[in-house]
Design a protein around this ligand. Structure first.
Ligand code: PGA
Length: 249
């Protein structure tokens, strides 16, 4: 049975004080559901987040990491560093990393391999731009992003992979994919995994939707068969909104 997951990607928001405040609010609202709740604060606040959430079921994720162990990579953070502050989950391939930091499939493949070598859980993001969808190219774009970074993996690696479909045109724009558009793509992705691996793996992998998810639209999107939760940006910065989304699953 695949897991239901709601992850909050805080992006470059919240200093130490705001991180503490938001986490305290989340802890107060925390409920025991079968939804896995994850938050991804900025690197500098991961240690604090881990400490605060030590006795909580809310997990802490990083928004990125480097593929090397250590060395002359100014400004970068390694998997072992993340693990040393209690972080065992990492978001890789977010469209903002692809767009503003030129991360391509080949680089992401190396990061995926490193994270798996370190036994980390990966939330792997991908999604088409509007220009791709407008010429009906969205399935091909998504297929290539997944294939290039993930289809070299062994069967057993898939237990550590969470997929996150995030159409770029829906991120931070207020323009959500319709539940039908999300379902159509999620079922395409699940089928792709099935064709390349097997139906046990494809049925077990959680596929999250991300892009302008809010308390008002979460229930409808999460109601679709192949949508197993969400990756939330803007709405994850407010405890009421984030927990309302968690409770919509
Ligand atoms: P959004 O961001 O919810 O603000 O659209 C989602 C994401 O980028 O993960």
């Amino acid at each position: 049975m695949r897991k239901k997951i709601v992850a909050g990607n805080w992006k470059m928001n919240n200093d130490l004080g705001a991180t503490n405040t938001l986490i305290s609010e989340l802890i107060k609202k925390e409920k025991t559901t079968n939804v896995e709740v994850i938050i991804a604060p900025t690197f500098v606040n991961l240690l604090e987040a881990s400490k605060q959430l030590k006795d909580s079921s809310i997990k802490v994720a990083a928004q990125n990491m480097h593929f090397a162990n250590h060395g002359a990579y100014t400004g970068e953070i390694s998997a072992t560093m993340l693990k040393s502050v209690g972080v065992n989950t990492v978001i890789l391939g977010h469209s903002e990393r692809r767009e503003f930091f030129s991360e391509d499939d080949n680089l992401l493949k190396q990061k995926v391999d490193k994270a798996l070598n370190e036994d980390m859980q990966i939330i792997f993001c991908f999604g088409e731009k509007w220009e791709d969808r407008s010429i009906e190219n969205h399935f091909m774009v998504v297929e290539n992003q997944i294939k290039n970074a993930l289809f070299h993996l062994k069967n057993e690696n898939w237990k550590s992979i969470v997929l996150a479909y995030e159409p770029v045109w829906a991120i931070g724009t207020g323009q959500t994919a319709s539940p039908e558009q999300a379902q159509e793509m999620h079922s395409f992705i699940r089928n792709l995994v099935k064709e390349n691996y097997n139906s046990t793996i494809s049925e077990d992998v959680s596929i999250l939707y991300g892009g302008s998810v809010k308390p008002e639209n979460a229930k409808e999107i999460f109601g679709k068969n192949d949508v197993d939760g969400g990756l939330i940006g803007g709405a994850a910065l407010n405890a009421d909104n984030f927990m309302a989304i968690v409770n919509a699953l």
